[in-house]
Design a protein around this ligand. Sequence first.
Ligand code: ADP
Ligand code: ZN
Length: 214
Amino acid sequence: MVLLGAPGVGKGTQAKLLHDRLGLPPISTGEILRAAAQSGSPLGQEASDFMERGDLVPDDVIIRVVEERLRDPDCRKGFLLDGFPRTLPQAEALDAMLGRQKQALDAAISLAVPRDEVLSRLAGRRTCKDCGAMYNLTLSPPRAEGVCDRCGDELYQRNDDGEETIRARLEVYERETAPLHDYYRRRSLLREVDGSGTTGEVHSRVLGALGVPE
Ligand code: ADP
Ligand code: ZN
């Protein structure tokens, strides 16, 4: 499956909940790139300038990353892609790789949230340095300020979650990624889900759209 939707609609959160329910590995290209940037690997060095500006990493770079990841044995029974594809060439490359692996997409779940809500979700987003748990200062704050409820490590704000960069990412989304809705609609794979409300409410809607019992 692929998860579509603007930055801040909750793709990562829903991918984790779907993982708990279905056991499929969630694959976040953003997380892969952030880990690479932190480790200073060649991929990270190549990607970090683009990411900090809110631009997309070049297609050939991210396509190679995903192709490698999908060959891992844990993807044989399926996977949840969060943040890929983000352009038409990426969607076409994904179809080609799945064809080679004799796999096919079951669904493209599109999450939609009103623009105002997206902006406040992104501005308040904090992530745990250690376990990756996500919080929101207004919607789902941690019990103690700056500290992860789950593991006690420190929370940080992604360096592409500043106001300017958020605006750039939303523009890139409208231009490059929004057209993918048509691509998947034409293939009868698109499942549009209202992403507003609590994470639990959205999760129920996603399962409903997939025809999976809760
Ligand atoms: P969000 O969905 O909140 O914008 P992500 O964590 O998915 O955040 O992605 C963060 C950044 O990583 C993007 O702004 C982009 O620079 C880069 N990135 C992630 N996935 C892709 C992709 N499929 N193609 C190009 N760049 C990507
Ligand atoms: Zn943590």
